[in-house]
Structure formats: C-alpha cells, structure tokens
Design a protein around this ligand. Structure first.
Ligand SMILES: NC(=O)c1ccc[n+]([C@@H]2O[C@H](COP(=O)([O-])OP(=O)(O)OC[C@H]3O[C@@H](n4cnc5c(N)ncnc54)[C@H](O)[C@@H]3O)[C@@H](O)[C@H]2O)c1
Length: 267
C-alpha cells in the first residue's frame, strides 16, 4: 500500500475523511422554491429526507413549509430564516434559486439603459442571493459540526451560462450572474474555517416558467447548438445536480455548468 493509500485508510478509520452530508433529517432552505428549478429542488430534497422550507414571493406549487418572502427585503429574509429555523432547526442546506430575467440593451433605441430597471435585476439576482447566503451561513457557522471533515453546511447558488457568454440585450442579467460566479470561490474561502461549502450551478436553458419568456428562435438556437442532449434541461436535472453536490464533500468553491455542452451565440 502506498503512503497516500495508508493515509486514506487511516482517515476513514478515524472519521477524518467525510463521506459527504447525509441529507436525511437536515433542515434546508430553497429560495425561489415556488416554481421551476427551485420547486424541483425543494421536492427532491423532501424525497431525500430533508426538512425543507421554501422562501418565495409566491410559494406556489410547493406542498410543504413555505414563507412568502421577498429576497430584496432584509427584514423579510431574516423573518423567513428565523421562522424556518423555529420549525426545522438551523438550515444546513441553502439553495438560492430566486431570480428574475432582465432583457434590456445597454444602449437601446431610447438611449442608455434605465438604471432603475438594471438595479432591480441586480437587487433580486445578486443582492437577494447574497442576503440569504450570508444570513443563513451565519446561522450554520454558529451551529454544531455535523460529522466528518468538520462540515457544518452548504450553500448552492444559481448562476447561468450567460455569466460567461453574455448575450446581446442581457447586460443586467449577465452582470448579476457573473457576480454570483465570482463570489463562489470568494465565499467558499471565507466560510471554509467554519466548515461551510459554497458552490454554484450555471444552467443552460431549462424548461421553467422563466424560460417561457425566451423567444422560440432563441430556444431553437440554444437547444440545437448543444453538444448532447439537444433539448431543454428539465428541472429534475437541476435538482439531481444539487443532490450530487451536497453528497460530494470535495466539491467546493466551484461553478458547475449544467448545459449539455452548449456555447451561446451572441443573441
Ligand atoms: N430556466 C432557465 O433556463 C435558467 C437558466 C439559467 C439560470 N436560471 C436561473 O435559475 C433560477 C430559477 O429560475 P427558474 O427558471 O426556475 O424561474 P422561475 O421563474 O420558474 O422561478 C423563479 C422563482 O423566483 C421567485 N422570485 C423572483 N423574485 C423573487 C424575490 N424578489 N423574492 C423571492 N422570490 C422571488 C419567483 O416567484 C419564482 O418562484 C433563477 O435564478 C434563474 O436566473 C434559469
């Protein structure tokens, strides 16, 4: 046996090498859990045995604990996190899916972009995510270690492949998602000392109510440019990615593209 193999065996014996977080019984928060990717994630976490609370402006189709919450309001976020904690205990899994589209040109027919509209997209997609991530992570950091590796919990944020391949007319959305990408490593480094991982998923085109606003010709272009499979991602594909990330303790500080290998055209 090599030195590395002997070390690994010793770590497993002493419990220093984690087998990932066992979702069963853990409290989870899913923002945007009333619809689309968030709803599928909340449902998958319930099936995996988590105690799930959904935070959404419209808790919609989720058949469980839901808090009507606007992620742009700190008071609303704090109240929902406290309410979920009172019901389920400190959340160890946080998945940020709340988001809005934001089609607008930087300079359009009417001149430069309306900064209030631009800011609204940043407010929800970026500041809302940061607000929930930091408030929930602070609670995780103050909670007991869960087991091997000194893990206390995980935050998974939702970026977009547009963060890397900004399309014409998507400046506000691209800026909001690019910032989520940039924050992934930074937040993971800050939270590491307390055993909190931070990951992000950058989806391609997924079949949700948000995607119903995408013009058919753009849908056709994105799906036909995919490597394989050439179809919409399904919300369950996203939810399965979330479960896989939670289960694998070696994933940290990284953004995973979930897009069937597509590269976007300019528009
Ligand atoms: N569907 C796609 O193709 C796609 C691709 C890349 C990234 N994304 C991202 O995935 C995430 C989920 O999107 P989706 O496709 O499931 O869309 P969706 O519209 O089905 O769900 C978004 C949810 O966020 C909620 N929400 C919006 N603003 C909120 C606020 N201020 N406070 C609380 N909740 C709010 C909505 O009520 C809704 O339930 C978003 O961040 C989106 O940008 C989606």
């Amino acid at each position: 046996m090599s030195f590395a193999q002997k070390t690994a065996v010793a770590q497993v014996r002493t419990g220093l090498w984690g087998a990932g977080m066992n979702i069963k019984g853990l409290a989870a928060l899913v923002t945007g859990g009333g619809s689309g990717l968030g709803l599928a994630t909340a449902q998958a976490l319930v099936r995996a045995g988590a105690k799930v609370a959904v935070l959404d402006r419209d808790v919609g189709g989720f058949d469980g604990l839901g808090f009507v919450c606007d992620v742009t309001s700190e008071a609303s976020v704090s109240a929902a996190i406290a309410g979920a904690e009172a019901a389920h205990g400190v959340a160890r899994i946080v998945v940020n899916c709340a988001g809005v589209p934001g089609g607008m040109r930087l300079v359009g027919r009417d001149g430069p972009v309306d900064m209030a509209r631009f800011a609204q997209v940043i407010n929800v997609n970026l500041l809302g995510t940061v607000s929930v991530m930091t408030k929930a992570a602070a609670r995780m950091m103050a909670a007991d270690v869960l087991g091997a590796d000194g893990a206390r919990g995980i935050v998974i944020n939702t970026a977009s492949i547009t963060a890397y391949e900004g399309q014409v007319g998507q400046g506000a959305y691209v800026a909001s998602k690019g910032a989520i990408v940039a924050l992934t490593l930074q937040a993971a480094r800050e939270f590491a000392a307390k055993g909190v991982r931070v990951m992000a998923i950058a989806p391609g085109l997924f079949a949700t109510p948000m995607a119903s606003e995408v013009p058919p010709e753009v849908v056709e272009a994105i799906t036909s440019d995919a490597i394989f499979p050439r179809r919409f991602g399904q919300p369950d594909d996203f939810a399965n990615m979330v479960l896989a990330i939670i289960a694998n303790p070696m994933l940290n500080g990284e953004v995973i593209r979930l897009d069937a290998g597509v590269r976007l055209r300019a528009r």
